[in-house]
Design a protein around this ligand. Sequence first.
Ligand SMILES: Nc1ncnc2c1ncn2[C@@H]1O[C@H](COP(=O)(O)OP(=O)(O)OP(=O)(O)O)[C@@H](O)[C@H]1O
Ligand SMILES: [Mg+2]
Length: 267
Amino acid sequence: MEEKKNFLLQAIGIKKSFGSIIALEEVNLEIGHNEIVGLVGDNGAGKSTLIKILTGVYSADRGELYWKGQKIDKLTVNLARGLGIVTVFQDRALVSQHPIWRNVFMGKELANRFGFINIRKEKEETMRLLKEMMGFTSASISSPDTIVGNMSGGEQQGIAISRALYFEAPLIILDEPTTGLSLTESQKVINFVRNIKKEKKSCIFITHNLFHVYPVADRIVIIDRGKIVEDLIKDKITLKELEERMIKVTGTNAMRAKNADKFLLNN
Ligand SMILES: Nc1ncnc2c1ncn2[C@@H]1O[C@H](COP(=O)(O)OP(=O)(O)OP(=O)(O)O)[C@@H](O)[C@H]1O
Ligand SMILES: [Mg+2]
């Protein structure tokens, strides 16, 4: 547990209970600089609770948090936001009836010298974002005026991720970004996660589906009943071994990937 400064974020000995339910027990988690970490576990394993602690929504009963080696005494939602820890929730990442440009600058509007929102500049920047960060190909997202609700699920996640990258968020947390999406849409999301790596930022990718996280993860952390039970370097384990490990530690095969998902590995 030494050399804390080598990590972007480090959680040590985190404990959290809700009444008699122990949601997290002695959790240690490190996120490196420019590292993509897959956080996998069954329903009720403690994934969301852990994320809420890392984003200041809940405070832990016990344990310590370090950001770039510095101890954080009390992490609040505002402080987490200020550090650039951004969570992208699948269902409420964007305002669907607004165009892309409005969503990108929501809460971070660019003002002109009269103090009004600089719409022209926001649209120009959105165009740049679409081209450079998203490398869009689909006709539906060729304009900053596109209404977000008309875009596909994977593309919407892409906008939310690109927005975080545009504002230079060092840590992007994706909470089940592919759940409920088709294979092609999941593939899009996986490609956006690759952009996070390219842009030299870090990511925690929460999922039930090993096939979705394996292609992009540097490390895979398995959480089960409030405890981290495996912390694995992706390059040192095959997907098959990982699946077997998962079934063994969690005692369930609920997370066994579907055959169709194998498509994702080669794309
Ligand atoms: N606010 C709360 N009050 C009481 N119990 C809670 C609360 N939040 C979580 N729990 C309990 O803590 C445990 C961990 O829940 P958590 O939501 O973190 O799991 P999860 O891994 O995110 O599950 P899922 O995959 O279903 O989203 C569960 O037993 C859950 O019922
Ligand atoms: Mg959850």
